[in-house]
Ligand binder design. Structure first.
Ligand code: KIV
Length: 294
């Protein structure tokens, strides 16, 4: 990859810099760290996270100034052709994560621990998180679960591994949930979510993803936590927002969840280009003289 690190002028062009900003208009010549994210929370600076599964797109997002890239196990359904995230393996996550690290210079790269790679024991979580750091070169890992995952988070953090937690709708539990329902509705569920959020903070997580929870509850959790919250389908009151890149760029076929805003229509653009290429080949319009050697 020949992606160059963001220069100050470029960084300021990508996202308007703010007073006291750390992530936008601040760091430009090294990778973002978990300490920078803690400072951003203190300054009230909001930030964006996108998923990435390969070096090429990761490089585009890195150059655009996205400060945190998540190699999500959403790679399962968004990149590898599975129905859900459940089949994704550690070997696949290591391979995809290494590509994202190679394609980036500035973003903090966080990799998901896939289903079955950490639930057995804290020792299993440690073994697999270490693989993502050592073999893929990511700077942090993410795992699903609140109170139930607190012990593993604690162990990883004690070992020097930054952990992003993920609560609310946790897609690895799709079969237990019977789909992807909104979480935290009603007093009891809201209290459980708040307990989960406090448990992962207490365990040492540097940030927590809140997925598919009512906006007012997510705002309440955000207010009560010292660590950044990263919302997806959680309204505007979180410290950061994450979207799956294939959804936000309009690559996903069919319907996308209600919480997705599509910022581009890449599926139409790419499909159109492919159809035009095929037609040019069929008609003999490509290659033309300028594409040929004499
Ligand atoms: O795997 C993923 O992409 C995620 C995001 C939805 C947060 O976990």
């Amino acid at each position: 990859m020949n992606a160059s690190p963001l220069q100050p002028a470029q960084a300021q062009n990508t996202v308007q810099s703010q007073e006291g900003a750390v992530l936008y208009g601040g760091i430009t010549n090294r990778r973002v760290t978990v300490r920078d994210l803690a400072k951003a929370k203190q300054h009230g600076e909001r930030w964006a996270m996108l998923t990435a599964y390969d070096a090429l797109t990761a490089g585009v997002f890195d150059e655009a100034g996205i400060p945190v890239l998540l190699v999500g196990d959403s790679a399962g359904n968004c990149h590898l052709g599975y129905e859900t995230t459940v089949p994704v393996t550690m070997d696949q996550m290591v391979m995809l994560s290494a590509a994202v690290v190679r394609g980036t210079k500035r973003a903090l790269v966080v990799a998901d621990l896939p289903f079955g790679s950490y639930q057995e024991s804290s020792a299993q979580a440690m073994h697999n998180a270490a693989r993502l750091l050592k073999e893929a070169g990511v700077q942090a890992v993410k795992l699903e679960g609140g109170e139930r995952s607190a012990r593993s988070i604690e162990l990883l953090v004690e070992a020097g591994i930054p952990v992003m937690a993920h609560i609310g709708l946790t897609p690895q539990s799709v079969h237990a949930f019977g789909g992807y329902p909104v979480q935290g509705r009603g007093d009891e569920a809201a209290h459980r979510l708040l307990r989960d959020a406090k448990a992962v903070q207490q365990a040492g997580a540097f940030a927590v993803v809140l997925e598919a929870v009512p906006a007012d509850l997510a705002a309440q959790v955000t207010e009560q936590l010292a660590i950044p919250t990263v919302g997806i389908g959680a309204g505007v009151g979180t410290d950061a927002q994450v979207l799956v890149w294939t959804d936000f760029a309009g690559m996903t076929a069919g319907r996308v969840p209600k919480f997705v805003k599509q910022y581009a229509d890449l599926r139409t653009v790419l499909g159109g280009a492919a159809r035009e290429f095929a037609a040019d080949v069929a008609s003999g319009a490509f290659p033309a003289a300028e594409h040929s050697f004499s």
